[in-house]
Design a protein around this ligand. Structure first.
Ligand SMILES: NC(=O)C1=CN([C@@H]2O[C@H](COP(=O)(O)OP(=O)(O)OC[C@H]3O[C@@H](n4cnc5c(N)ncnc54)[C@H](O)[C@@H]3O)[C@@H](O)[C@H]2O)C=CC1
Ligand SMILES: O=C(O)CCC(=O)C(=O)O
Length: 419
């Protein structure tokens, strides 16, 4: 029987370690071991067959010291309070590590979107919005897409919030369609940030990117775009997977064809054919002998049970929390580099920040401007983390937490809200 891993406990383990290395007293950071606010809501939905089903929804605000809370909303059968608490805290650290003026939040609804019609999903998203309305707002807490949510869901949330306010409020969500105030480049931003961060890292260690092999677990928004952009940079994507299958091709998969297939096939790769492609198991994908492994699906994918099988030289965490604490320590001791989630996948929230600023200005920036600014923010954050990593001799994860935690603690001191 597999162990149940608690992602919030994983977050606390790293937080305590970083706090110790920063020489923080418990008083200075104890509040950050707790969420500021945790809202659990019942979301009744009339299903297409006339039954009423009551889903459980969450919105957790971990910390708002540095600005309004920010973070995505996921629809997933395994969503629970501990998961959403961890994801909210990771948003606090992520926004601090890239130094954008936000705190951290996250939301979720425990449901199986694969078994729901679009009409049911829409009614659920609207009702959930109404239930969390008292704690969200463009100056308080701004949702965005995450697993199984996208621009369409953000548009429903924006519409519901706007209906209840009586006027259009585009700044209530980010990641919405461009036609209603979304930002150019947001859809690609998380995958772009993953690509930029990997290139920043390769630049430091002097590896040549051309012909490096890559395996990507998860082929949704983040994984498919990271795969496409890494492929465009000359890396060879030899394996991809999603919840329906995992695929391997030694010579490199045709990523554009794979993305086109997934879009036609309800975002699933099962049944995809290409000369020389093999179906493998998800476990085998994680254990492939590749240069770079990109977990881009869910938490706790690399854990005690399978960490010894990992052969990749570099793991870049496109997903939030894909590696448990035990596995992280194991990989560190083995010399496998892990580029941590709060740095590697921060591109999404950076462009969300640009979207929110554009909404406040009622102005639209062009895509080159957005991508160039994203690149600058990601580079600066990488350099800051790298410096701590080298100077303190700690893993990049601990270094990233140290950068983030010192920013949040110093903001708390400045605001005089200590402890
Ligand atoms: N969407 C965004 O802007 C951001 C997302 N993230 C994180 O990236 C990860 C992926 O999110 P999205 O791409 O947005 O979600 P998505 O819903 O677009 O894609 C998730 C993908 O993972 C696959 N998947 C699910 N379970 C799997 C399993 N056991 N094995 C292999 N594949 C599996 C799904 O089939 C799908 O292809 C999550 O951890 C999310 O929190 C992080 C930063 C921003
Ligand atoms: O774009 C955002 O506001 C947050 C995206 C997100 O949920 C994440 O970075 O995990």
């Amino acid at each position: 029987m597999l162990k149940k891993y608690n992602p919030f406990q994983n977050m606390l383990d790293v937080l305590d370690d970083a706090a110790k290395r920063l020489d923080l007293s418990e008083n200075e950071y104890i509040t950050l071991r707790h969420s500021e606010r945790e809202l659990v809501v019942s979301v009744p939905v009339v299903m297409d067959d006339g039954r009423t089903e009551v889903f459980t929804g969450y919105r957790v605000q971990h910390n708002s010291t540095r600005g309004p809370c920010k973070g995505g909303i996921r629809f997933h059968p395994e969503a629970d309070l501990d998961e959403v608490k961890a994801l909210a805290a990771w948003m606090t650290w992520k926004c601090a590590v890239v130094n954008i003026p936000y705190g951290g939040a996250k939301g979720g609804i425990k449901c199986n979107p694969a078994k729901m019609s679009e009409a049911e999903l829409k009614r659920m998203a609207r009702r959930y919005t109404a239930m969390i309305l008292p704690i969200i707002g463009p100056e308080r807490d701004i949702p965005a897409p995450d697993v199984n949510t996208d621009g369409k869901v953000m548009a429903w949330i924006m519409d519901t919030f706007s209906m209840l306010k009586g006027y259009a409020v585009p700044g209530i969500v980010t990641g919405k369609p461009v036609e209603i105030g979304g930002s150019l480049g947001r859809k690609e931003a998380t995958g772009r940030g993953v690509m930029l961060t990997l290139l920043n890292f390769l630049g430091k260690i002097g590896f040549k990117k051309e012909s490096m092999t890559v395996a990507v677990q998860g082929f949704g928004n983040v994984g498919s775009i990271a795969a496409k952009l890494l492929h465009d940079e000359g890396l060879k994507i030899v394996a991809i997977s999603d919840s329906s299958c995992a695929l391997y091709k030694k010579e490199g998969i045709n990523i554009e064809a794979a993305i086109a297939y997934s879009e036609r096939n309800n975002r699933l790769m099962a049944g995809y054919k290409e000369a020389g492609i093999e179906v493998i198991s998800n476990e085998k994908l994680l254990a492939l002998d590749v240069d770079v492994l990109v977990p881009a699906a869910l938490e706790n994918q690399i854990k005690e049970e399978n960490v010894a099988t990992i052969q990749a030289r570099i793991i870049i965490e496109a997903a939030n929390g894909p590696i448990t604490t035990y596995a992280d320590e194991f990989l560190h001791k083995k010399g496998i580099v892990v580029i941590p989630d709060i740095l590697a996948n921060a591109g999404g929230v950076v462009v969300s920040y640009f979207e929110w600023v554009q909404n406040a200005q009622s102005f639209m920036w062009d895509e080159n401007y957005i991508n160039n600014n994203l690149e600058k923010v990601m580079k600066k954050a990488f350099e800051e983390v790298w410096q701590v990593h080298i100077e303190q001799g700690v893993s990049m994860r601990i270094a990233a937490y140290m950068v983030a935690l010192s920013r949040v603690v110093s903001a708390k001191k400045l605001r005089g809200i200590f402890p």
